[in-house]
Every structure is written in structure tokens, then in C-alpha cells.
Write a protein that binds this ligand. Sequence first.
Ligand SMILES: O=C(O)CCC(=O)C(=O)O
Ligand SMILES: [Fe+2]
Length: 324
Amino acid sequence: MSEKSQNSVKLHNLDISEPVSQPSSLSSLAETCKTWGFFQITNHGISSDLYTKISSISKELFNLPSETKLKLGPFSSTKTYTPHFIASPFFESLRVSGPNFFASAQSSADILFHQQTSLFSEMLQEYGSKMVKLSKKIMEILLMSLGDGFERKYEPEFKNCHGYIRINNYSPPESVEEDHEEVEGLGMHTDMSCVTIVYQDKIGGLQVRSEEGKWMDISPCEGTLLVNIGDMLQAWTNERFRSSEHRVVLRRPKNRFSLAFFWCFADEKVVLAPEGVVGEGNMRMYKPFVCFDYLRFRENDERGKFEKVGFTVKDFAGVKPNAV
Ligand SMILES: O=C(O)CCC(=O)C(=O)O
Ligand SMILES: [Fe+2]
């Protein structure tokens, strides 16, 4: 059981439907990405109805017997399912990869569901393609916030990005009494993406670690989506943006559901902060590295399985690694 924390962070809000040209809103976005690595977006165009549908069909899926789910991984060839006891005893997830989210979801559905159904795959295709559009928009605004005209100058660096969805299901142990104690549903980690877009349901429990090392709640807020900076962007921006450590704690005897969309550089991309981003007179804090090599490094990290923080991109490619 971990120590309880009751502080919640008020995140910067970005209305994604409006063009952002105000220098003050761009600089406050850049500031929040440096301090917290998290912000929230509104008017994102994803209906609550789509969430209700995806969550109810996902519930059906996670309610299937373990033997059925294990046909999808982690030891089968599909490897789309992460069972309990890999990340935590209370966490399981299913991965749906782009760009053809329909095909990826259907290949899992075909194995899981006896009846032929394409509803699940259609919904994930709709969700995935909306997430791709949102990620591109978010990246454009983030580049604008780094420098004048950077959205045009550096757009080519991001043109081969790809995305995948992770459907997360948390089942707390019955011993968790309402608000009396908490367990870790997903341990402290950083994401390996450029940006991640997270939908969390009403249960709450997502926390971000402040620069001082304090855990702060990110309370659910209806109609908003969370965006967080991942390791790839932390390195590419030479730490002008921060890939914050975060985790999920479970405090209620209720299942929790979330959807995370990871927008990543192509595997073969060499990550090197451009001079214009580093800024004159500043030192590059990362050696150039190939994305795939970092992903493999994290996978092989026995100390922190499943993307836990054990080691980060700083240990992998940092000029001055974290003290271990
Ligand atoms: O469940 C959540 O709210 C966050 C999940 C998360 O951090 C992840 O999937 O990387
Ligand atoms: Fe995460």
C-alpha cells in the first residue's frame, strides 16, 4: 500500500478547436510542458457516446476468461494483450495499432469473440483516426510554442510518426475500501512516445510527479482529454519539454478504464535535437539515437519491466545520465 496524497494539479487548458496565435498562450503552453509535461485539451471532437461504446465493449472483452485473453499474448504471436502481473496485479491492457486500427482490432476480436462482429473494430478505427488527426494538430501547436515558424520548419521530422491505442483495464483488489487505502494500478513510468493522449474515466487515480518529486492527482474532468509529453520529445526538444513520471493509484473498489494513444517517431528515426531548438550557446543533452534501439533498451530493462522508470532516455542517450 502506498502513502496517500491528496494534492491535485490544475492543468493548463488548450482549446484545440481554436487557432492559437496569441504569443502569451503559446508561451504558457511551452512553460507547462516544461514544468509538468501534462496539459489538457477541450473541444477535441470526440463524443462521450464513442467513449461509452468503446468502454462497454472493452468491458465485455476484459470479462472473458483468462485462457481466452491469453490467446492474444503476451506469449502468442499477436502479443496485443498484456495480462495481470506484468505491469501490476491489477492492470491488463489490449493494444490496437495504426494506421489500420480496424485490421488490428479485428485480428484480436476474431480470436476473442465467437460471433463475427465488426462493431469493436469500427469504433477503434474511428477513435484511432481521430487520435491521429489530433496528434498532428497538437504537434503543430507544440512546435509553434517552441519558436516562430517552427511548425513549418520542423514538420518534416514528424511526418513518419505512427500511433497506437492501449485500452487499459484496472481491477482493484476487494481489500481496497473506499478512500481508505490505495494500491498502485500502474507503477511510475514515463511514456516512450512523442506525445500521449489519455482519456480517463470518472474513477480517477492518475498522478504526475512534480519536479520536487511530489505525487499530484490529475482529477478527471468531463469533456477533456489529457496530453502528456513522452521521452522522444523530451530528447528531441533537448529538455525544453519534460516527459514526466506518472502512475495510477486505485482508491475505490471499482474497475477503472482508460484509453491511451501513443504518437511515436518511426522506429528507424534518428532522434537528434535540431540546433534551432537547442538554441545558440546551449549544449545538446542527448547523443543521437535510433528510436528502435531505445524501445529495445526499455523492453530489456529487467529492473523496471513494462516501461517502468528504472531507466529512462536520459540513461540511454543522455550526455550526463541520471544518477542510478
Ligand atoms: O490509465 C491512465 O490514466 C494512464 C495510463 C498510462 O499512463 C499509460 O498507459 O501509459
Ligand atoms: Fe503512461
